[in-house]
Design a protein around this ligand. Structure first.
Ligand code: ADP
Ligand code: MG
Length: 747
């Protein structure tokens, strides 16, 4: 032991360039970003393949084997232009076979007898192994005299095969000793995680699949810990840098409003959210809260409470929405909810006339306007508030960090100056989202926000009877049910997943990139929500295989129903391809009751509230995501009448069954998560699910919880990461997220 060579990590060696001659391989490596030893070591295998024994190889099957060379020789090929073949006799503990290498005569010299090799290829009918990729396997877990181990499999590209990467990896294996360790020994012990270099070694050179998983978990933990630290540090920085105006006087206006103006009592969830918000507004620490609740759960009511708290302190409040239509709707709701209270309010969007805009800006600057609702227009540089104290941001995932910062910049000037950054007070911010996502995903995506959830729907809202409609006779009965409601004076929705029956002739050929794109998320009326891809289905796919699936496009369905099953009734058509004017006319005709049935694509998801509509029939329901179906269903059951949702689709579809069984959007979001793989999930983008390289959600949910707890503990004791056990963690943070992420937190 004493004679063992002591080696100190030498991280600079990780920056050494890879020793690869110019050519296809070097180009391929560069394309993968693998230009240094360190980068190569961080290039993780996607999975590992169990190596086969020679005896277990079957003709025609692609496989990996770990063998040793017995004899090897080049053999000329008679056909012109072909380089000599190299034939080798190779063996492992179970047997011997012949292996053929093509086009690489030099291998006869390089792989001398005794060399251990990893071969990937296919056994021919005559029992020869045709080698597609090969690498020296001396250092691999697999050993010809052992049972075969696991062979790492890498994301490869033009010019670089997985096996070539493996060969290079073996060449730099010693450099693993130079890999820096970001997690303290104490943390590794209590989390039961290996050190970083062992984790990398286990991934690149696994003996078993479990090895690889242990290594992956360690790396995933670190990745999750770093992202949580970034979130928490961002929050801490904002708190430390900017104070907010403490809204701590007794409630006057807000209380009167809750008691007298609101025509209903708050639900338990609303009450809890209001209580939490009241407390947070009373602090000089700027609030950063996310209010999650599906459409109709009463978020706007809670938001308005927060805004009125600002108003009753003689301060201002703003509500920012991602689209003009949403801003207009919010403004209408706010005006209706405020009732008789004299609160000067205005709407500011991109289409506000110049004269009116100037007037509004003047009144915001003077403080005459207490409450403003609008779009991005609210954060334009020339918009100045006299004293903005509360800002509400709807569908916050549509706004970036920079826009949030712009909002902070609209805070009130600190009287007398001398205050923190910019001498401004940060507004308290309430974010709202109608996409309920499970806790773990919220942590991954919104780890810098505190979360309130509105589960309960307001009282008086009825359970919506939901049924699956399968087969022609069931469809007949469904139309009969629709007609019965229409005869009783109610209204109905028919929802279809596509706009038109065929692609317009000029439409671009939907390539694979289109096909793999996830559906847009939480799209407002301006952006049509396409049916989100179910397993194996996609927008483009839906176009291609329509004849099989029997898609009923909205336009065709509108025409068909108008002449057929619903010919006695007034129908309107609504889809994303219509002009805004036409859309508004269609919606207005339905809202006023002039039209009985709205045949639509998912544009109705947001923005139409018709209490008299009691039936919804969804065509090809299995093509929609669960969250989307849930949002669609929320369009009915808004009035006093019993409502029904009819889902046309295969009775066995799990998503449809979940819709029948559950009404809670959060529960459905969880099921959605289970049913979908990463990347297909509705809400992926805003929940930040696909931001990770190693971690994989939702599977790593428990690991994420652990990382979050760790991050919180670190922030509680050593937020600046100055302690000796955290210094390297800080460096890893700066390395992964750039120096901004590691900006100091002001004391
Ligand atoms: P969201 O913003 O979450 O979509 P809103 O705040 O706009 O929901 O509320 C949806 C509808 O429900 C509105 O018409 C609102 O007046 C009503 N509402 C909200 N809270 C309650 C409640 N506690 N009881 C009865 N109706 C309510
Ligand atoms: Mg609302």
């Amino acid at each position: 032991m004493l004679q063992a060579q002591v080696r100190w990590p030498r991280p600079s060696r990780l920056e050494d360039p890879l020793d690869v001659p110019h050519g296809k391989l070097a180009d391929g490596l560069e394309a993968l970003g693998l230009t240094s030893v360190g980068a190569l070591l961080e290039h993780l295998p996607k999975d590992s393949r169990e190596a086969r024994t020679v005896a277990a190889l079957r003709a025609g099957e692609q496989a990996t084997v770990a063998v040793q060379v017995r004899t090897i020789a080049a053999r000329p090929v008679r056909r012109r232009g072909m380089k000599p073949l190299v034939e080798a006799s190779v063996f492992d503990a179970t047997g011997t076979m012949r292996a053929t290498f093509f086009n690489q005569p030099w291998l006869a010299q390089r792989y001398e007898p005794g060399t251990r090799l990893v071969l990937y290829g296919k056994t021919t009918a005559r029992g020869t192994f045709n080698v597609a990729h090969h690498a020296i396997g001396n250092d691999l877990g697999a050993h010809p005299t052992d049972t075969p181990g696991e062979i790492a499999h890498y994301p490869a590209t033009e010019g670089v095969s997985s096996t070539q990467i493996l060969t290079l990896m073996q060449g730099v294996r010693d450099a693993l000793a130079d890999v820096p360790e970001a997690l303290s020994a104490a943390m590794r012990v209590s989390e039961g995680l290996p050190d970083r270099r062992s984790a990398l070694a286990a991934m690149h050179f696994p003996h078993t699949a479990e090895d690889r998983e242990t290594g992956r978990e360690r790396l995933a933990f670190e990745e999750l810990l770093l992202t949580q630290l970034v979130f928490l540090r961002r929050r801490a920085r904002r708190r430390a840098r900017m104070d907010a105006f403490a809204l701590c006087e007794p409630q006057s206006l807000s209380e009167r409003w809750l008691e007298r103006e609101l025509p209903f009592a708050l639900t338990g969830d609303q009450r809890r959210a209001v209580d939490t918000i009241r407390e947070e507004l009373a602090s000089i620490r700027p609030m950063q809260r996310l209010l999650m609740g599906e459409v109709g759960s009463g978020k706007t009511v809670v938001a308005l409470y927060a805004m009125l708290r600002a108003v009753e302190h003689g301060r201002q409040a703003a509500l920012m929405a991602p689209t003009e239509t949403l801003a207009e709707q919010h403004f209408a709701t706010v005006q209706r909810l405020i009732g008789g209270e004299p609160v000067p309010a205005a709407l500011l969007t991109g289409s506000t006339a110049a004269r009116r805009r100037a007037d509004i800006l003047g009144k915001l600057a003077s403080g005459e306007l207490a409450l403003i609702v609008g779009t991005h227009s609210l954060i334009e540089p020339d918009v100045r508030f006299r004293s903005l104290a509360v800002a509400v941001v709807d569908e916050q995932h549509r706004f970036g960090v920079r826009q949030r910062a712009a909002l902070d910049g609209k805070g009130a000037l600190v009287a007398g100056g001398g205050g923190p950054i910019g001498d401004r007070l940060a507004p308290h911010v309430l974010h709202m989202t109608a996409t309920p996502i499970p806790r773990t995903l919220a942590l991954a995506g919104y780890g810098d926000l505190d979360v309130s959830r509105l589960h309960e729907l307001p009282r008086g809202r009825q359970a919506i009877a939901t049924r699956i409609v399968a087969g022609d006779s069931a469809r007949e009965r469904a139309y009969e049910e629709l007609r019965k409601e229409l005869r009783a004076g109610r209204q109905a929705y028919v929802v279809c997943p596509l706009i038109e029956e065929t692609l317009p002739p000029h439409a671009p050929d939907p390539g694979p990139s289109v096909a793999s794109k996830p559906a847009p998320v939480g799209a407002g009326p301006s952006a049509e929500v396409r049916p989100s891809p179910g397993v194996g289905a996609s927008v483009a796919g839906a176009v291609a295989d329509r004849s099989e699936i029997g898609q009923r496009a909205a336009t065709a369905e509108y025409e068909r129903l108008a002449k057929g099953e619903l010919k006695e009734y007034e129908l309107v058509l609504l889809h994303g391809g219509m002009r805004p004017r036409e859309k508004q006319e269609a919606m207005a005709r339905f809202a006023s009751g002039e039209a009985d049935v709205l045949v639509a694509t998912t544009v109705i998801e947001v923005g139409l509230d018709v209490a008299n509509a009691t039936v919804m029939l969804v065509e090809n329901a299995e093509r929609f995501g669960l969250s989307q179906l849930h949002q669609l269903r929320g369009r009915v059951g808004r009035g006093e009448h019993r409502s029904t949702c009819l889902l046309v689709g295969p009775p066995g579809a799990r998503r449809l069954r979940a819709m029948v069984e559950h009404a809670d959007g959060f529960k459905l979001a969880e099921i959605d998560l289970e049913l979908r793989s990463e990347g297909e999930l509705v809400g992926t983008r805003q929940s930040g699910l696909s931001q990770f390289e190693v971690a994989c959600l939702p599977e790593d949910g428990a690991l994420l919880e652990r990382a979050r707890a760790r991050a919180e503990a670190i922030m509680a004791t050593d937020p600046k990461l100055e302690g000796s056990e955290h210094v390297l963690l800080g460096e890893a943070l700066a390395h992964a997220f750039g120096v901004e992420a590691f900006e100091p937190i002001p004391a």
